[in-house]
Design a protein around this ligand. Structure first.
Ligand code: ATP
Length: 436
């Protein structure tokens, strides 16, 4: 792909996402609101599939990880203990001419304002990105609260509950997929940096002596996860945080980065959190959050390896990874999303060749009913078959099934493959096996 092609890849993906019901700007009829997005009929299926894919790998397939689903609003003291009220800040500079604000790191020394070209900026100022709200009904008795700035805090809050209510023993992990909110200074690049987004987090609790081993383990495991998801493996890499940029309690941290059209960008963080979080919450809550090993009675504050990634960000990167424009010769081309079949919104599209012949429509409907017992299928009886293929290609549907006159004779259908565009005649009774 040339540089110009790469540069407009995000624009093309954004347009496709809107055109085909994957991602819409929120409140669009009011002009939109920066940093908030809605998922459309195809997008919600893809996002749910993506979350299921993560949950299967991180929870279902493991005996040592359990899930929770925590609330978005917590006791406000949580954010004092975690340091977010003091430190969850970005540094902002403002263009003196057009007053647009930027994160300091976005503007290199001597760079002009990307909005108006001026070179004059204010001094950097700190700006807290936690969203505030109020809890309670009486005007003078309302309590200030915060929408969680990171989902993982709920896991620390529930650590003791999980130990007391399950059979888990250290080492074990708690996983959660949930919303987080950040009043980002410069939201943008579709859902890459939004103000409301979802995170997939796993906090793995270990004995301090085993920390090194588990940190390495999860680093590799999480990279394998992303490798299984993306097509272009060369667009994935680790980036180690420089030692002088680590928070004081961290011995090490890595980002898993994906190479986007605008450069390498964080997809997930693997963090060495030590005993910091549980110690802080013990201190601020006055509750003992240490763990007693039932096997030898040893009591200690567990150390934590964190894996924390963004669901929306991953979905966006998947769209970038999957988008292809193919030249089909004779002046024809197609746009296709070669997205992992497990993530595709629909696994199969069912086409009755014509919509006005009852036997064909009924046959197609019976296949729809049969397949939708186990997989997500979609119906399309509009326009010619070529157009229907193009539409399904654009949303990444791996297979299209056409029911035609021959079906009525011998109970076979045409199955067409998204990636190769090859078509095969398959018996209806063999469809389940063929598709799996
Ligand atoms: P960044 O440096 O890009 O702001 P971060 O280091 O602040 O990210 P973390 O706090 O480690 O991010 O959050 C874990 C994950 O949550 C990130 O790897 C990213 O995938 C996702 N994430 C963080 N902020 C946003 C956002 N504003 N919009 C979408 N996803 C986000």
């Amino acid at each position: 792909m040339s540089d110009t092609q790469k540069n407009d890849l995000l624009e093309k993906v954004t347009a496709l996402a809107k055109r085909r019901g994957i991602v819409y700007p929120n409140s669009e009829i009011y002009g939109g609101i920066g940093g908030f997005y809605d998922y459309g009929p195809v997008g919600v299926e893809m996002k749910n599939n993506l979350k299921r894919y993560w949950w299967k790998e991180m929870v279902d397939k493991r005996e040592d990880v359990v899930g929770i689903d925590g609330a978005i609003i917590t006791h406000p003291k949580v954010w004092e203990a975690s340091g977010h009220i003091q430190n969850f800040t970005d540094e902002v500079i403002e263009c003196k001419k057009c007053h647009q604000r930027f994160r300091t790191e976005e503007i290199a020394d001597g760079q002009k304002c990307p909005n108006c070209g001026s070179q004059e900026f204010t001094e950097p100022r700190s700006y807290n990105i936690l969203f505030e709200t109020e809890v309670g009904v009486l005007e003078n008795a309302k309590t200030k609260a915060y929408l969680r700035g990171e989902a993982c805090q709920t896991i620390y809050l529930d650590f003791k509950n999980v130990v007391d209510s399950t059979r888990m023993q250290i080492p074990f992990g708690i996983a959660q997929i949930g919303k987080a909110f950040r009043n980002e200074i410069t939201p943008g690049r579709l859902t890459f940096r939004s103000r409301e987004f979802e995170q997939w987090d796993m906090q793995f609790f270990v004995h301090p002596n085993d920390m090194e081993k588990w940190f390495e383990y999860w680093k590799e495991k999480r990279m394998d996860f992303y490798k299984s998801l993306y097509r272009k493996q060369e667009n994935l890499r680790f980036k180690q945080h420089p030692k002088d940029k680590l928070v004081f309690y961290a011995k090490d941290a890595y980002d898993i980065e994906y190479k986007t059209p605008w450069g390498w960008a964080e997809n997930e963080g693997i963090h060495w959190r030590g005993d910091y979080d549980l110690t802080q919450h013990s201190k601020f809550s006055g509750k003992d959050l240490s763990y007693t090993d039932p096997r030898n009675g040893e009591k200690y504050i567990p150390w934590i390896v964190e894996t924390s990634g963004g669901v929306d960000r991953t979905l966006l990167m998947l769209l970038l990874d999957a988008y292809e424009e193919e030249d089909l010769g004779e002046g024809k081309s197609r746009t296709v999303l070669k997205v992992h079949p497990d993530i595709a919104g629909y696994k199969v599209a069912i086409f009755p060749l014509v919509s006005n012949k009852e036997e064909i429509v009924n046959k197609a409907r019976s296949i729809f009913e049969l397949l939708s017992e186990n997989i997500k299928v979609v119906w399309d009886d509009r326009g010619n078959i070529g157009k229907r293929y193009r539409y399904q290609d654009e949303i990444g549907t791996p297979y299209c099934i056409t029911v035609d006159y021959e079906t009525l004779e011998n109970d076979t259908v045409t199955v067409r493959d998204r990636d190769t565009m090859e078509q095969e005649r398959v018996k209806i009774v063999d469809l389940d096996e063929y598709l799996s």
